[in-house]
Design a protein around this ligand. Structure first.
Ligand code: GLV
Ligand code: MN
Ligand code: MN
Length: 402
């Protein structure tokens, strides 16, 4: 199967009317993508292993060795996401295997194609849930108790899909067989587009980032009869917090986004009783990230005091800064014709495995607008094919017979 025919086969899965994707963990679309993955693995004679957390690992070569080269990414999406964030890395991995086979390249090391479960954390709130569970950096009991927006726990969802929640947890046995991880991903910025002529770049680092839930509690009341100075309106505290986050992020050269909000009771003519909102915050440096969160939290608390409301903040998932293996990044940059080496503000399973001690690298494929987590996310087909070529050369370089 060529890159293009695999890409076309995936295009309708989970696609919404506006062209965006809703491919949440364990949804029908996710199950279809998993079946597709199993089919592509079988077509290449790869041995498929599901690690119990939903991470799919398709192996070629000796599964008892400890130096396998893992390539891949994820298949799930954010709500209204693009086609490329995740699937590009998985499809490119299968296409790179085909390219290696067509070129008759023999490999010395086992090769594994991976698709990590629930990378976006769009359903249960925790980013990179699959890789975190596999490495043990997310506790299985905590994960199984997480609820989606319909109130279902992960354990309930897994059972409904015929899976065993008891199988969720760390897999040191499988991780111990992986010597290196290379994740290819669409770039989620415009650094490559602005760098004349580079279709592919190499990752250097991931910014520290986190998701913080703010719960603003006030008093429900009538929108017409309650005088303005007698309200305890949590929407006001929320609104000021959004503005404060934006201002503080600008002042600190960081990023802060409120992209999800829930209101109770959510009626046009009722003052809300509660507003729950999620802040995604990121910075180049951990100290700056902590400072940003502290400033926003403290301004929210001050404002709550003035509004007669209460605010509680919970860190739902925080990821420390990741520096990818610098020697490996330099080696791949040289191999790939002096490809630019760049950091990213986006989180990845590559970061989780790198923090776990697996030598890890990322390849980024140029995104002409830089837009991501949106139906407008895009990479030109010629650049995607350049990505496949780069990944194939990378695999040959790292795992090829000498
Ligand atoms: C993943 O795409 C993230 O950075 O949120
Ligand atoms: Mn993403
Ligand atoms: Mn991604």
């Amino acid at each position: 199967m060529s890159f293009t025919s695999m890409w076309d086969a995936l295009a309708p899965v989970g696609r919404q009317a506006d062209g965006g994707y809703g491919r949440f963990a364990w949804s029908d679309a996710d199950l279809t993508l998993r079946e597709w993955f199993a089919g592509e693995a079988a077509a290449r004679g790869l041995d498929l292993v599901d690690d119990g957390n939903g991470n799919l690992l398709a192996w070629r070569g000796d599964t008892t060795r400890d130096d396998a080269l893992l390539v891949g990414s994820h298949l799930d999406s954010v709500p209204g996401g693009g086609a490329f964030d995740g699937p590009l890395g998985v499809v490119s991995s299968f296409a790179a295997i085909d390219d290696l086979d067509a070129r008759g390249v023999e490999l010395d090391r086992p090769l594994v194609v991976g698709a990590f479960a629930d990378e976006e954390g769009a359903r249960f709130g925790i980013a990179c849930a699959g890789s975190r569970l596999m490495t043990g950096s997310l506790d299985a009991g905590q994960a199984l108790g997480l609820r989606d927006r319909d109130g279902l726990t992960l354990a309930e969802v897994l059972r409904a899909r015929g899976r065993r929640p008891e199988d969720v947890g760390p897999r040191p046995d499988l991780l111990g067989r992986i010597g290196t991880f290379v994740e290819l991903h669409v770039e989620q910025g415009r650094a490559l587009d602005l760098d004349d002529g580079a279709a592919v770049g190499v990752g250097s680092a991931i910014w520290p980032h986190g998701r913080y839930r703010f719960t603003f509690t006030g008093r429900a009341d009538h929108a017409g009869t309650t005088p303005m100075d007698e309200r305890q309106d949590p929407m006001l505290t929320y609104a000021m917090t959004v503005l404060a986050a934006n201002k503080q992020a600008r002042l600190l050269g960081a990023r802060a986004t409120f992209g999800r909000v829930e209101v109770d009771p959510n009626g046009t003519n009722a003052i809300p009783s509660q507003v729950r909102a999620w802040m995604d915050a990121r910075a180049a440096d951990e100290g700056v990230l902590e400072d940003l969160v502290a400033r926003v939290t403290s301004q929210a608390a001050d404002r709550a005091g003035r509004d007669g409301t209460a605010v509680e903040t919970t860190a739902e998932s925080v990821s420390a800064e990741v520096a990818f293996d610098a020697a490996l990044a330099a080696e791949l940059s040289t191999l790939l014709d002096d490809a630019p080496v760049l950091p990213t503000g986006a989180g990845h399973d590559a970061g989780v495995l790198a923090r776990h001690g697996v030598p890890t690298a990322m390849l980024f494929v140029r995104n002409p607008t830089g837009v991501s987590h949106s139906p407008h996310e895009h990479a030109d087909e010629t650049d995607c094919l350049a990505g496949v070529d780069a990944l194939s050369r990378t695999i040959e370089h790292l795992a090829g017979a000498r």
